[in-house]
Ligand binder design. Structure first.
Ligand SMILES: Cc1ncc(COP(=O)(O)O)c(C=O)c1O
Length: 405
């Protein structure tokens, strides 16, 4: 099989040539330990500090407010745990949305085990959190609010600025998981007026295992990882120098190219959405207007298991996913789709997430093949009788069970 049609960029992305070029010297030439005093070490130290300054510029932050981490998961865990650790004396109530990534939800569950109380705000059918509902949920003992900036599952871009303003007005710390937003939509920590913000390099053509946490609060984040005191004591462990350099280069390129790329990706996304919605029983999930440029997500009624659809597309050389990388093989509807109110009828979820490397020809190929896949899988499933023959398959094949591979 030739090169795959890669349409799972919300799961991870190809490293760009620019990011790779920024990383390579730090494997074989400038490979010193940034804590070492000799020139080779100080070269590496400067590379990390240059990367920090570049990430800060890309996010509208100060250099001193950027801490490198091992990725989005660590940044999210750190933000949540750190606020609890540092502010637990002031209150023990934390608020998040029901549509957060597990990198926020799981540490919150751990906090509950330690005597914190967690309120999960509902989201509407399109995945939005209401600023009014947030305001009502804040109590005198609320210490942190964490709301995802853009959904990995349904692509909805949240009105972070309004949500953060509610928290600022009520003097509560606000964290946003901007892992899917950064590099895809404009992210400016000053304009948004957030306190803590997580990013991950591999979501915008940087390397895996590299992320950053922005924090505007002095002495926060309290460390999650203890040891040699790197990152101003905030995050111990020898710095991932190539990772930091790759993250910085990828983010700077994504921000630079955003006007051009986002216009092209939005047009391709809208064409895919329009084509997919022509298949009966295919429904767009998330906000139709305020969504990530390259993100198209659907529920496909009458197919029980997302994995069957993903596997069939894979057989055609198309890499797509069912909504989130972590639940790609799960038979359960994603917790985010449940939070949006889906989940009672049998359905598959399908997420197509594009990058600037995708071509119009690839979008055509997907749209040519998708109706046949849906039709074949519905024919196999006894629960999908109302859709049989409805997606453009051969009429003679109606009613066959277990036929398609
Ligand atoms: C919204 C969101 N938050 C956090 C993460 C975790 O990021 P990482 O893979 O860098 O740990 C992801 C990755 O799927 C994500 O989509």
């Amino acid at each position: 099989m030739g090169k795959p049609v890669y349409m799972d960029n919300a799961a991870t992305t190809r490293v760009s040539d620019e990011a790779l070029a920024a990383m390579l010297p730090h494997f074989t030439e400038s490979y010193g330990n940034p804590s070492a005093l000799y020139d080779l070490g100080q070269d590496a130290f400067r590379a990390v500090e240059d990367a920090r300054a570049s990430v800060a510029a890309s996010l509208g932050a100060l250099k001193s407010e950027i801490f490198f981490t091992s990725g989005g998961t660590e940044s999210d865990n750190w933000a949540v745990a750190s606020a609890a650790e540092s502010l637990g004396g002031r209150g023990r109530h934390v608020i998040a949305s029901a549509a957060e990534h597990n990198a926020v939800l799981r540490p919150l569950q751990r906090l509950e085990g330690k005597g914190f109380e967690v309120t999960l705000l509902p989201v509407d059918r399109e995945g939005r959190v209401s600023p009014e509902a947030l305001d009502s949920a804040i109590r005198p003992d609320t210490i942190l609010v964490s709301i995802i900036a853009a959904s990995n599952v349904v692509g909805t871009v949240q009105d972070v600025k309004r949500l953060a303003a509610v928290c600022r007005g009520r003097k509560v710390l606000f964290h946003t998981d901007a892992v899917q937003a950064a590099g895809h939509v404009p992210v400016d920590v000053r304009d948004w007026d957030v306190d803590l913000l997580s990013v991950s390099a591999h979501k915008f053509h940087g390397p895996k295992g590299a992320g950053a946490l922005f924090s505007r609060i002095p002495r926060l984040p309290a460390p999650l990882i203890l040891g040699g005191g790197q990152e101003k004591g905030g995050r111990s462990g020898t710095e991932n120098v190539p990772g930091a350099a790759g993250l910085a280069a990828a983010l700077a390129a994504a921000v630079r190219d955003m006007p051009r790329d986002s216009a092209r990706l939005s047009a391709m996304r809208d064409r895919i959405i329009a084509g997919a919605l022509r298949i009966p029983g295919v429904v767009l999930t998330g906000d139709p207007a305020r969504r990530l440029p390259g993100h198209a997500s659907f529920v496909v009624e009458g197919i029980r298991h997302s994995a069957h659809l993903i596997n069939m597309l894979n057989g055609l050389g198309i890499c797509a996913s069912s909504g989130s990388a972590c639940s790609a093989s799960s038979r359960e509807a994603d917790h985010v789709l449940r939070a949006l109110g889906y989940g009672w009828e049998p359905f598959a979820s399908l997420r197509i997430s594009l990058s600037p490397y995708n071509t119009d020809g690839e979008a055509d190929y997907l749209l040519e093949r998708l109706p046949g896949c849906v039709e074949a899988l519905r024919r196999r499933d006894p629960h999908s009788s109302r859709f049989r023959g409805a997606a453009g398959g051969a009429p003679g094949a109606r009613g066959r069970d277990g036929a398609a591979g």
